[in-house]
Design a protein around this ligand. Structure first.
Ligand code: C2O
Ligand code: CU
Ligand code: CU
Length: 485
């Protein structure tokens, strides 16, 4: 079955007229200590805002010890630091582009005004600094940031531009929260890296899904192991891959408890043995360990491998080694503070989006076209109908709930606040979307497939959030590259 899927992938790639790298990730010996991205300390501006200085730059990274390759990073050679702020904080970013090309930096999962969003319209030319600011007004979550330049997102992310943005609750967390010890970020990416250490970028812009790499990096570490010192560890997993979908669990089949989805905590912990995560999604979970044991975190294809056409492989991700004595951990709280089940208000507006090839509603992205106009604070149902191969669907600014996938409720671990949903081939999703209230009739937010090859090909649309009652007054075109201020 696995062969058949890989074959169909190859056939699709050939039909698309290009070769695509779709290697199964190789087994590893896990000899490199997992890198923990540093937390960026803000400075405090005179108005009390927390200022975070981010510099996008090129550098050299040795994924294979002693063998450097060209990479891009934020405040470093590869990936970025962790930006961390608390609900209620005013944050001000100073994003300086020291790269040879224009890019943008998008705050994925963040509720903020469209001008601050860092989408394709908020371009940062080389040598300039962009300083968006906003107030954090959303639940604790694991968010992230990455470039969003139209047509160049896949390459910019692949070279290394991505970082975590952790939002804390002012009341703190009842879950493990010692960063890097029992609160551990896992930024999972697949790359093509030769034994000579060279990061290959060929294939990123080709084929049906772009590049599916044969080398897994976690937090930029190849062959990683992590040493556990506490009974319970909370993991914050981000799929920052260009296209690969993972079905993550432990090789020994142990269960673990999911505590958070993309945009916030679950209502209560959900016990699982696998979680599926497509590009852009995050999942937080807590796992229990015994003194002295070793266990491997891995990815496994669906038991029926024909279910879709992108996540068929089985491969290890991270070796976890528990020390001989583990520090006792407090119990996982029964209630996590997330929202309970949500239902659509009567008469909620339904919008329909069909995904086919790399188009949404039979159209490619047009930066000058406003596709949807949404009244501030609206609660709507968005129906996504995937008529072809695997995609996912991400909406900026909002949190949504997945009401149904193919007519049934999603697995409970996906029932929390989300901003990205996976749609296997031919799947339909029904989303309950709660929009924000930052009105701006001329600056759009994006919705798009987060398989970056598809996004770059134009699988994206634009919506504006406007004062209720003014929908019909809003211009349906905007200047391309409309500037942030
Ligand atoms: Cu993570 Cu529009 O992006
Ligand atoms: Cu986003
Ligand atoms: Cu897609």
């Amino acid at each position: 079955m696995k062969r058949r899927s890989l074959l169909s992938l190859t056939v699709l790639a050939v039909v698309a007229g290009c070769s695509s790298s779709s290697e199964q990730p190789r087994n590893r010996d896990f000899t490199q200590r997992l890198r923990i991205p540093p937390i960026l300390e803000p400075t405090i501006d005179i108005d009390g805002a927390k200022r975070f200085a981010l510099e996008l730059r090129s550098g050299r990274s040795a994924f294979v010890p002693g063998r450097e390759t060209d990479t891009w990073g934020i405040n470093g050679a590869y990936l970025g630091p962790v930006v961390r702020a608390t609900r209620g904080d005013r944050v001000r970013m100073s994003v300086t582009n020291r790269l040879p090309e224009t890019t943008t930096l998008h705050w994925h999962g963040m509720r903020l005004p469209a001008r601050m969003d860092g989408g394709p319209h908020q371009m940062i030319p080389p040598g300039t600094t962009w300083t968006p600011e906003w107030t954090i007004e959303q639940p604790a979550a694991t968010s992230w940031f990455h470039p969003h330049l139209h047509g160049r997102t896949a390459m910019h992310v692949y070279r290394g531009l991505a970082g975590l943005f952790l939002i804390d609750d002012p009341d703190g967390s009842a879950l493990p929260h010692e960063y890097g010890v029992d609160d551990v970020p896992l930024i999972v990416q697949d790359k093509v890296i030769g034994d000579d250490g060279e990061l290959t970028t060929g294939g990123v812009d080709n084929g049906t899904f772009g590049l599916l790499g044969d080398t897994i990096l976690i937090n930029g570490t190849r062959d990683p192991f992590f040493e556990v010192r506490t009974e319970l560890v909370r993991f914050r997993l981000l799929n920052a891959s260009n296209a690969r979908v993972y079905r993550i669990g432990f090789a020994d089949g142990r269960t673990f408890r999911v505590t958070g989805a993309d945009a916030g905590p679950l209502d209560r912990p959900v016990t699982v043995d696998r979680v599926k995560i497509s590009p852009g999604e995050r999942v937080e979970f807590v796992a229990r360990f015994s003194p002295g044991e070793t266990v491997v975190l891995d990815s496994r294809g669906e038991p029926e491998k024909s279910a879709n056409d992108i996540e068929e492989d089985d491969f290890p991700l991270l070796r976890i080694v528990a020390t001989a004595g583990l520090k006792p951990s407090p119990a996982v709280p029964a209630s996590l503070g997330g929202p309970g089940p949500d239902t659509a208000p009567p008469g909620a507006r339904i919008r329909r989006f069909s995904l086919s090839g790399s188009e949404i509603n039979d159209r490619d992205m047009d930066m000058t076209r406003i596709d949807e106009v949404v009244p501030a604070g609206a609660v709507e149902i968005w129906e996504i109908d995937n008529t072809t191969y695997a995609h996912n669907f991400h909406i900026h600014e909002v949190a949504f709930r997945i009401l149904e996938i193919n007519g049934v409720a999603p697995p409970p671990y996906q029932a929390g606040p989300k901003d990205t949903v996976f749609l296997p081939k031919k799947a339909k999703a029904r989303l309950l979307v709660r929009f924000g209230t930052h009105v701006d009739p001329v600056t759009p937010y994006m919705y798009h497939c987060h398989i970056l090859r598809h996004e770059d090909k134009g699988m994206m649309g634009q919506f504006v959030v406007v004062e209720p009652g003014t929908e019909h007054l809003v211009p349906r075109t905007v200047p391309a590259g409309h500037h942030h201020d």
